[in-house]
Design a protein around this ligand. Structure first.
Ligand SMILES: *[C@@H]1O[C@H](CO)[C@@H](O)[C@H](O)[C@H]1NC(C)=O
Ligand SMILES: *[C@@H]1O[C@H](CO)[C@@H](O)[C@H](O)[C@H]1NC(C)=O
Ligand SMILES: *[C@@H]1O[C@H](CO)[C@@H](O)[C@H](O)[C@H]1NC(C)=O
Ligand SMILES: *[C@@H]1O[C@H](CO)[C@@H](O)[C@H](O)[C@H]1NC(C)=O
Ligand SMILES: *[C@@H]1O[C@H](CO)[C@@H](O)[C@H](O)[C@H]1NC(C)=O
Length: 811
C-alpha cells in the first residue's frame, strides 16, 4: 500500500491517458502487464473504480498481483493472487487462451495461474463490481476472482458452504486473513461457512491450515438441514447475511447500510482476526475520506477467542487489549519482549530463564512475583486450588518448580506453565496474574557476546529486542539502557573496520589549482547554493567525460596554514558513505580555499520539504533513515569522529533516487580550528541548535542528535521548525509536536497526509524518537545509532518525557 503511494504523483499524471486507453475493462488474449517500478499500468474497470495489476510490496523488489479500489488514495486491496508467493520485478502476467491468466517470473517460472478447465478463454473483463472475469466465446464464465476470495468480500460476492473435510486447498471458499498488514502470506484466521450451516471465525494452524476452535458463530445451525445456513451472501446493497436453505436471511450486518450507489462497501477479515464491514462514500476521493466501520465481529476478540490450541490474537505470552475500533492491540508482559520486534502480534519471550526444575537447589525464597492487574491467560493451567488466598497461591507456585505464572481470581488460584496463550487485559477478567521471577535477577539474559548486529542489517535483531525489552518496564530504565548502548557501541567501534574507510583513503582526493576550478565553473558563474561557510557553484570537470561537480568557495579568511587545511580536508576525504556527499578534491592556493564535491541534481531537502512538490511519506521516512545513517557514520565509524554541528534541511542533498546525503560535514572543525566558546553562538543555525551551545556545556555528538530530532520533526510534518505564519501554539514545531503527542493527536502533525495517517504506528514511533532526540538534557538523548534502532523498530520506544523540563530556555 505505502509503496504504491510513494509514486502517486507520477501515477496521477498517467491516469488521464490510462482512462482513455484502457477504460473498457476488457483484456484480450495475448495482453500482458509487467511488474515494474511505478510504470506498471493496471487494467481498469470501465468506471475506473477498480484496478487489476501489480502492487509493489514493502520489500520493494517484490510484487503482488492484486485488485484494488483505484479511485481512493489508500488504494485498498480487495483481492490478491500470489500472497504466499510474491513476484520478483519484471514478472509478467499474460492472458492465455488455454491456461487463463498466467504469472511468470523473468526466469520463466510459473508463479500463479487462474486455471480455466472448461475450454478456451476468449476474454478477460475487470468489472465495476471488482470482479475479474474470464469468459469464453459463448460468454460463459470460466473463472472469476469472486469465486476465489482472499480476505475481502465485495457486494455481489458469496461464500458457499464447505462440504465435510473441505479446505482452502481442496477448493473450499473462505476468507483467509493475511499474515500482517503488509505481508499477504496466509494468516492465522479464517471466516467460513462450515458444513453444519454455521458461519464461523476461527484460528488455524499456519503450516497446515488445520482449523482450530471458532471464536464467532452466526448461530445458523439447525437439526433440520433444510433450515441450516447455505451460503454467506454480501448482497449488492451491502448487507452481509447467512442465507438459510429455507430462504431465510440471518443478517450479520447491523443497522442500515448507506446506498451502494453512493458508497463503497467491503467486508474484510483483518490480519488480527477481526471481521469488519466497512463503508466509505464513493465521492470522497480526496484526502478527507476514510473507511468507517459498520460492524466488527467478534465484539471483543481479546476475550472471545479462547482456544485450547493456538496462540490467541497476540501470539504466545502476549497480552491482548481491545482498542476503541474493536481491533486488538498487543503488548508483552514486563520482563518479556517481542519475539519478532517487527511484529506486535507475533508473541513474546521471556528475558530471563524461566524455572524448569533444572536445578533442585533453588529455594522458594529465591522467587518473587510481578503483578499484572486484570490480566489472564485462560488456558495453559495445570493445577487449580480453591478456596485459596493470594499468599497461599504464591507460596504454592514458588514451591513448585514447574510453575511459571499464577492467575488469582475470587478465591481461586490457577498454576500455569509457559507458553501462555490467549492473554488478555480486560476489566472483565476481574483477577490478577503473577509472573514468577527470581529475586536476584541472576537469570536475566545477558547481551550476546561479540559485536552487536550492525543496525543497517536486519539480522539478529531478536537479540537486540531481548536486551532492550526492559524498556517496556518503564521510562526510568530508558536512560540506563541508552547509556548502556552508547557505551557498547562506542566500545565496539575500535574493533570494527567499516567498509571503504581505510581503503584508498589517502589518495582519492584530488588537489586542484585555482585556475582549473575557475575554468570548470566558468568563472564561478552558476550559483547552486549558499551555505553557512561559503557559496557553492556548479562546475564541469574533465575526467575522461565531463563530470558535474559542486565547488564550494569558503569565504573565511584563512590564517591557518595550508598544512592544517590539508589535514582536515583529508579527514573529510576519508569519509565514504552512501549518505554523505562525497568530497572529490580541494584547492588551497594562497588565500583561496575551495572544496569540490560530487554534484547532486535534486538539490537540497529544504526545497522539497518547504517548497515545490511535496514528498510522500515513505520517501520522507527513507530520507530520515538516510540522514541518521550518514550521521551514525560520522559519529561512530569514520577514523576520527566528526560532529557535524549544522544539521538542517539546507545541508541535506537528495540524489536521483531521493536518497539523502549529508553535506558540509567536517567544516565546523575545519573552519573553527580554535574551538573556543566565543564561537559557539555563531555556529549552527537557529532553531536546530542544541541548548548546550548556549550553556557553557561541552558539545558532543549529542548536539547533532538534537538537530536531527528537529529535522526529523520537519520531515514528519513537512514544515519548518519555526513558522510564524501559523497560529501561535503551532509556531514552534518542537513544542507543538510534543503537545500533539501528549494530547494523543499525532495525526494533527500530518494533516492531509493520508499515507502518513495510515501508517500510524510508524508515525508515532518517529514522533517519539524525535522527542527523545530533542531532550534538553543531552544525556537523555539517544545516540544516533540508538535512534536508528528505534526508528527501525528494532527497539521499543518508551514514552518520551517533555523535552524542556526547565523553563530556562535561552533565546
Ligand atoms: C459485471 O457485473 C454486473 C453486476 O453483477 C453484471 O450484471 C455484468 O454481467 C458483469 N459484466 C460482465 C461482462 O460479466
Ligand atoms: C511474509 O512472512 C513470511 C513468514 O514470516 C515470510 O516467509 C515472507 O518472506 C514474508 N513475505 C514478505 C513479502 O515479506
Ligand atoms: C424442516 O424445515 C422445513 C422448512 O422450514 C419445513 O418445511 C419442514 O417441515 C422441517 N422438517 C422438520 C422435520 O421439522
Ligand atoms: C458526496 O455525496 C454526498 C451524498 O450524495 C453529498 O452529501 C456530499 O456532499 C458529497 N461530497 C462530495 C465531497 O462531493
Ligand atoms: C473517518 O470518518 C469518520 C466518519 O466520517 C470520522 O468520524 C473519523 O474521524 C474519520 N477518521 C479519520 C482518521 O479521518
Amino acid at each position: 500500500m505505502a509503496s504504491s503511494l510513494a509514486c502517486l504523483p507520477f501515477f496521477l499524471l498517467l491516469l488521464p491517458c490510462l482512462l482513455l486507453a484502457q477504460n473498457t475493462g476488457n483484456i484480450e488474449v495475448g495482453d500482458s502487464i509487467t511488474a515494474v517500478d511505478n510504470g506498471a499500468q493496471p487494467w481498469l474497470s470501465p468506471s475506473g473504480d477498480f484496478a487489476f495489476g501489480f502492487r509493489q510490496l514493502e520489500k520493494r523488489e517484490l510484487y503482488l498481483l492484486a485488485i484494488w479500489y483505484n479511485k481512493i488514495p489508500d488504494k485498498t486491496i480487495v483481492w490478491y493472487a500470489n500472497g504466499d508467493n510474491p513476484a520478483p520485478a519484471r514478472s509478467k502476467l499474460e492472458l492465455t487462451a488455454d491456461r487463463g491468466l498466467v504469472l511468470t517470473s523473468p526466469q520463466g517460472t510459473e508463479i500463479w495461474k487462474s486455471d480455466v478447465n472448461l475450454g478456451d478463454a476468449e476474454n478477460g473483463f475487470m468489472n465495476d463490481t471488482g470482479n475479474l472475469i474470464l469468459s469464453n466465446s459463448a460468454s460463459e464464465i470460466l473463472w472469476q476472482s469472486f469465486d476465489h476470495p482472499t480476505d475481502t468480500l465485495l457486494p455481489g460476492q458469496t461464500l458457499k458452504r464447505l462440504s465435510p473435510g473441505q479446505t482452502l486447498e481442496s477448493g473450499g471458499q473462505m476468507l483467509s486473513s493475511r499474515l500482517t498488514e503488509t505481508n499477504f502470506s496466509r494468516g492465522r484466521f479464517q471466516f467460513r461457512l462450515i458444513p453444519d450451516g454455521n458461519a464461523v471465525l476461527n484460528t488455524n494452524n499456519l503450516p497446515t491450515g488445520f482449523a482450530y476452535e471458532a471464536y464467532f458463530w452466526s448461530n445458523t445451525v439447525d437439526s433440520n438441514t433444510s433450515n441450516a445456513g447455505l451460503r454467506v451472501v454480501f448482497d449488492d446493497s451491502g448487507y452481509l447475511y447467512v442465507l438459510r436453505a429455507s430462504g431465510k436471511r440471518e443478517l450479520l450486518t447491523t443497522g442500515t447500510v448507506a446506498s451502494a450507489a453512493e458508497n463503497y462497501h467491503r467486508v474484510t477479515l483483518n490480519f488480527d482476526g477481526v471481521l469488519v464491514q466497512y463503508t466509505r462514500p464513493r465521492n470522497s476521493t480526496g484526502n478527507g475520506g476514510n473507511w468507517s466501520i459498520i460492524r466488527s465481529m467478534p465484539d471483543n476478540i481479546c476475550t472471545d477467542l479462547v482456544g485450547q490450541k493456538g496462540t490467541g490474537p497476540c501470539g504466545f505470552n502476549g497480552i491482548c487489549q481491545l482498542s476503541r475500533d474493536r481491533r486488538p492491540t498487543c503488548s508483552c508482559p514486563q520482563r518479556f519482549s517481542l519475539l519478532d520486534p517487527n511484529d506486535d502480534y507475533g508473541g513474546c519471550r521471556p528475558d530471563f530463564y524461566a524455572q524448569f526444575c533444572e536445578d533442585v537447589s533453588n529455594s522458594p525464597k529465591d522467587f518473587d512475583f510481578l503483578e499484572l492487574e486484570n490480566t489472564d491467560w485462560p488456558t495453559s493451567d495445570y493445577e487449580m486450588y480453591t478456596p485459596y488466598n493470594i499468599e497461599e497461591c504464591q507460596k504454592a507456585c514458588s514451591e513448585d518448580c514447574f510453575c511459571n505464572v499464577i492467575v488469582f481470581k475470587e478465591g481461586t488460584c490457577w498454576k500455569k506453565k509457559l507458553p501462555l496463550s490467549n492473554g488478555r487485559l480486560d476489566e472483565k477478567v476481574n483477577g490478577k496474574a503473577f509472573i514468577k521471577i527470581r529475586k536476584d535477577d541472576s537469570t536475566r539474559r545477558e547481551t550476546p557476546s561479540g559485536p552487536l548486529p550492525f543496525p543497517y542489517e536486519k539480522k539478529n535483531k531478536d537479540n537486540l529486542a531481548l536486551v532492550v525489552s526492559v524498556l517496556l518496564g518503564g521510562s526510568v530504565l530508558v536512560n540506563l539502557v541508552l547509556s548502556f548502548y552508547s557505551f557498547f557501541f562506542s566500545h565496539n567501534k575500535s574493533k570494527r573496520i567499516p567498509q571503504g574507510t581505510e581503503r584508498g583513503a589517502e589518495s582519492n582526493l584530488r588537489c586542484f589549482s585555482y585556475k582549473e576550478l575557475f575554468i570548470a565553473t566558468d568563472g564561478f558563474k552558476e550559483v547552486v547554493g549558499r551555505g553557512s561557510f561559503g557559496i557553492v557553484y556548479k562546475g564541469l570537470l574533465e575526467m575522461g567525460t565531463k563530470v558535474p561537480v559542486a565547488v564550494k568557495k569558503l569565504d573565511k579568511i584563512f590564517e591557518e596554514g595550508e598544512k592544517e587545511f590539508r589535514t582536515e580536508v583529508k579527514v573529510i576525504g576519508q569519509t565514504h558513505h552512501k549518505n554523505l556527499v562525497q568530497l572529490v578534491g580541494f584547492c588551497a592556493e594562497g588565500q583561496h580555499r575551495l572544496l569540490v564535491y560530487e554534484f547532486l541534481s535534486n538539490g537540497t531537502l529544504a526545497n522539497f520539504l518547504f517548497k515545490e512538490a511535496k514528498l510522500g511519506w515513505s520517501q520522507r521516512t527513507q530520507i530520515a533513515f538516510g540522514i541518521a545513517r550518514g550521521l551514525a557514520y560520522l559519529h561512530e565509524e569514520c577514523s576520527s569522529q566528526i560532529i557535524h554541528c549544522d544539521i538542517k534541511p539546507q545541508n541535506i542533498l537528495l540524489d536521483d533516487h531521493y536518497d539523502a546525503k549529508i553535506a558540509d560535514f567536517g567544516l565546523a572543525k575545519l573552519l573553527l580550528l580554535d574551538q573556543s566558546q566565543t564561537f559557539t553562538a555563531a555556529r549552527g543555525t537557529k532553531g536546530y541548535v542544541a541548548p548546550e551551545w548556549f550553556r557553557n556545556m561541552p558539545v558532543t555528538v549529542k548536539a547533532d542528535v538534537y538537530s536531527f530530532g528537529v529535522l526529523l520533526l520537519e520531515i514528519i510534518c513537512g514544515r519548518k521548525c519555526v513558522d510564524t505564519e501559523v497560529s501561535a501554539e503551532r509556531a514552534i514545531l518542537t513544542d507543538w509536536a510534543y503537545d500533539c503527542y501528549q494530547d494523543g493527536i499525532i495525526s494533527a502533525l500530518v494533516e492531509n497526509d493520508e499515507e502518513a495517517v495510515n501508517d500510524m504506528k510508524k508515525l508515532e514511533r518517529f514522533v517519539k524518537v524525535a522527542i527523545w532526540c530533542i531532550q534538553e538534557d543531552p544525556t537523555l538523548r539517544p545516540t544516533i545509532k540508538m535512534a536508528i534502532l528505534m526508528l527501525e523498530d528494532f527497539v521499543q520506544v518508551a514514552a518520551p518525557p517533555c523535552p524542556c523540563p526547565f523553563t530556562s530556555v535561552v533565546g
